[in-house]
Each structure stands twice: as C-alpha cells, then as structure tokens.
Design a protein around this ligand. Structure first.
Ligand SMILES: *[C@@H]1O[C@H](CO)[C@@H](O)[C@H](O)[C@H]1NC(C)=O
Ligand SMILES: *[C@@H]1O[C@H](CO)[C@@H](O)[C@H](O)[C@H]1NC(C)=O
Ligand SMILES: *[C@@H]1O[C@H](CO)[C@@H](O)[C@H](O)[C@H]1NC(C)=O
Ligand SMILES: *[C@@H]1O[C@H](CO)[C@@H](O)[C@H](O)[C@H]1NC(C)=O
Length: 379
C-alpha cells in the first residue's frame, strides 16, 4: 500500500512537473545553485533590513520626489558597470546596502517610494542630499525625520498584516543601517544658506546632528528595533568636490570639513555607548568608514586602485566639478575608462569597487566583534 501511495504521489508530481513545464518554459526549471544554510547564532537570524541615510545608501528614492538633478542620479553614466542602466544610485553600480543584502541572503532592498515594491525583506528610506537636520538641503531631499515617518507607515502596515506581537518580533530581529551626517557638514560649504551652521558653535552644531540621529534610533527602538549598524563619516574634505574648493589649489584635502567629520565621529561613538547602557537589548556595530577611506587615499595601489584623489566622472581639477552625466549646472564632463581603478566615482561618491570593499569590511569586521554579520546572524 505504501508503494501504491508513493507511486500515485510521483504520478501527481509528474503531472505537476509537466504542468509547470507548460506554464513556465524557462525560469523555474533552471537549477539554482543551493547555498548552504547560514550558520545561526544565539538569536534568530535577521529576515529584514531597513536603511536610513543619504546618497551613500539611496537606491532610488530621489527618482520619485520633486527635486533637481543635483540630488538625482537617474541618468547615464550612473549605473554603467553593474545594472547597465541608471537606477538612481550615485555610483557606476551597486551600493553598500545592495552588497549587504546579498551577504544576508536577502533580495535587493527596494526604495520606499518605488510603487508596488515588496516590503517583506525590508525597505530603504535613504535620500541623496539628506541630513540628520531638517534644514540640510531643505525642500529637495527626504530628511531623516521624514525617513522615520516612512518607517512608521511600514510598521503600521506590518501590524495590520501580522498583528501586533508578530510585527514587533519581526522588527526586533531586523537590522537597521544608518549612513547620515555628511550633508549636514558639507552643505555650509556648498550653498549660501548656512544660517543654522553660522548661528551655533561647531560643537553645538555637531550636538544637534548627533542628537537628531539619536532621536530616530530611539524611536526605532521603541517600535521594537534592537540591531543597529552605523558607518561614521568619511574625511569630507578629501572628496574630490571639496578638495577642489578647499585646496587653494596645492592639491591637499580641505581641512575644515574633515575636522567637522572627526568631531562628529567622536560624538557619535560616545553617544552610541551611552545608548547601549540606556536601552536594554540595544546592539550596534559602528564601522570606521573614515579610516577605510583614508587608508585607500594614502595607499591606493595596496587596495587595487590607480587613482584615489580625482573622480572617474566629472570635470575640472580632480574632476571635482559635479557635472557627471551632463545634466547639472555644468554640462561638460569626462568619464574614465575603467571605474574599478578609481576610488571616487563622481565629486562626492565612490565607485562600485570601493563600495564592495566597504561592504566586505562592514560585514566581516576583520576580527572586530561588532560587525554586521554577527548582527544579522543573531550572535
Ligand atoms: C553664494 O553667494 C555669492 C554672492 O552672492 C554668489 O556669487 C555665489 O555663486 C553663491 N554660491 C552658491 C553656491 O550659491
Ligand atoms: C534637532 O535639530 C534641530 C534643528 O533642526 C534642533 O533645533 C534640535 O535641538 C535637534 N534635536 C536634538 C535632540 O538635538
Ligand atoms: C597645502 O596648503 C595647506 C594650507 O596652506 C598646507 O597646510 C599644506 O601643507 C600644503 N600642502 C602642500 C603639499 O604643499
Ligand atoms: C571595533 O570597531 C570600533 C569602531 O571603529 C573600534 O572602536 C573598536 O576598537 C574595534 N574593536 C576591535 C576589537 O578592533
């Protein structure tokens, strides 16, 4: 009898197989390589990734808002290396959140504003040009507070769908990545609307930026979030766009923005340690993006780069004029032949090759216990 059941089962399976064969001629039959299951830590593995930040992390939200091409990258040659079409990412290919999602065996995490996108594996709220302060490039970006409102909407939908306790459990296992602050310190050097920056001491200004970031982190914690991943700020004055402004042109980095980034990074480290003591179960990793970039600027060839001062795409000194793609104020631009040899893609952003290296480091942390892999795997 057992055999009979088995054979009728396999008959059924055969029918199903033929049925599928007819329905989907190619894709479902292509054998997918099976990855071994990820090793598990003490806690459950994360099944979702939520992303907050600026153009280092924006995968296309600004395609959907009323802004200018200064805060958009949905035109050629953005995307030329990987997607082969412009997606809105400020690079020639993938960004850090794309690589991290891949490592966590999640699909690409879609931009919050993309119509009809599935939110089951997480949502990306980041917006190019955004700062932690609402004043930063106000009117042309989605500031951090508004990104948080987006997360609130996603949370309500999740509660409606799963019920309160299941939604909270999902949110507590998710990882929350932040990359924000650069624009708060760069905008005073790039625009004339520097009222806020001018009317506070530098330390007080840094306090406001870190304070507003902390507020959002606490709000997410209140909604159940426990696992947080941060990157600190790069040496801002060494980005080609600022090197161009500040060097007076002997070619060195522009000191003041880099100094502000250092102040911010120290304050952030201190604040996160305080949060860890204040909030029960709060776990975080903080990756030193600043050191990452300095190492590569100082020793490019050690990391496979031929050029670590000038951008691949842009014009003027260091290709630092923000004209990549010819759709901004300045239309003229040059494009390098091989972006993978460059650290910087355009005036303010890195190449896919550099982001891939950053994601590797962020994930494995090289002996540093506070890495994203541990957060995802629940160690
Ligand atoms: C700032 O203002 C000065 C003087 O009004 C003007 O020449 C300059 O182009 C402005 N810069 C920016 C970035 O708007
Ligand atoms: C957040 O930023 C605003 C300016 O946008 C500032 O007035 C406020 O004090 C900041 N909040 C914190 C908690 O630092
Ligand atoms: C470039 O100028 C800055 C500011 O004057 C100075 O501190 C720095 O030493 C100079 N660098 C070189 C390589 O001359
Ligand atoms: C891990 O990274 C943090 C942040 O950069 C740093 O302060 C800490 O010293 C690192 N720990 C180890 C063991 O390398």
């Amino acid at each position: 009898m057992g055999r009979e059941i088995r054979s009728s089962l396999s008959f059924l399976q055969l029918n199903l197989f033929i049925f599928l064969l007819v329905l989907s001629p190619s894709s479902s039959l292509t054998p997918k390589p099976r990855l071994p299951p990820p090793p598990l830590g003490h806690g459950p593995a994360a099944s979702a990734l939520f992303i907050f930040g600026d153009s280092f992390f924006d995968v296309g939200n600004n395609n959907y808002i009323d802004t200018t091409t200064l805060d958009q990258a949905n035109f050629w040659p953005y995307g030329e290396t990987f997607f082969h079409y412009p997606t809105g990412r400020f690079s020639d290919g993938r960004l850090v959140p794309d690589f991290i999602a891949e490592k966590a065996r999640l699909p690409f995490i879609p931009p919050f504003l993309q119509p009809g996108a599935s939110h089951h594996a997480g949502v990306n709220f980041a917006s190019a040009g955004a700062g932690a302060l609402v004043e930063t490039f106000r009117g042309s970006v989605i500031d951090l507070k508004s990104q948080m409102r987006g997360f609130g909407k996603v949370e309500s939908q999740l509660v409606q769908r799963l019920g309160k306790s299941k939604a909270r459990s999902k949110l507590s296992k998710a990882v929350y990545m932040f990359g924000i602050g650069s624009n708060d310190y760069m905008s005073p050097f790039l625009t004339n609307s520097t009222q806020l920056f001018a009317s506070y001491s530098k330390r007080a200004y840094v306090g406001m930026v870190v304070g507003n970031l902390t507020t959002v982190v606490k709000d997410i914690y209140e909604k159940g979030g426990r696992r947080f991943g941060f990157i600190n700020l790069p040496p801002l004055g060494c980005l080609p766009g600022l090197r161009l402004i500040g060097a007076w042109n002997n070619g060195s980095c522009f000191e003041e923005p880099s100094w502000l980034a250092d102040l911010h990074n120290t304050a952030l480290l201190t604040r996160l340690d305080v949060l860890k003591d204040q909030l029960r179960g709060f776990r975080y990793s903080l990756y030193d993006f600043n050191a990452f970039l300095r190492h590569r600027i100082d020793h490019p060839s050690k990391y496979g780069f031929a050029e670590a001062r000038g951008a691949c795409c842009g014009t003027g000194m260091f290709q630092g004029v923000f004209s990549c793609g010819g759709r901004r104020t300045v239309k003229e631009y040059q494009l390098c032949e091989d972006p993978s040899r460059h650290l910087f893609w355009d005036s303010y952003h890195l190449t896919e090759r550099a982001y891939q290296q950053l994601a590797e480091e962020l994930w494995s942390g090289k002996g540093n216990k506070s890495n994203l892999k541990d957060l995802f795997q629940g160690f």
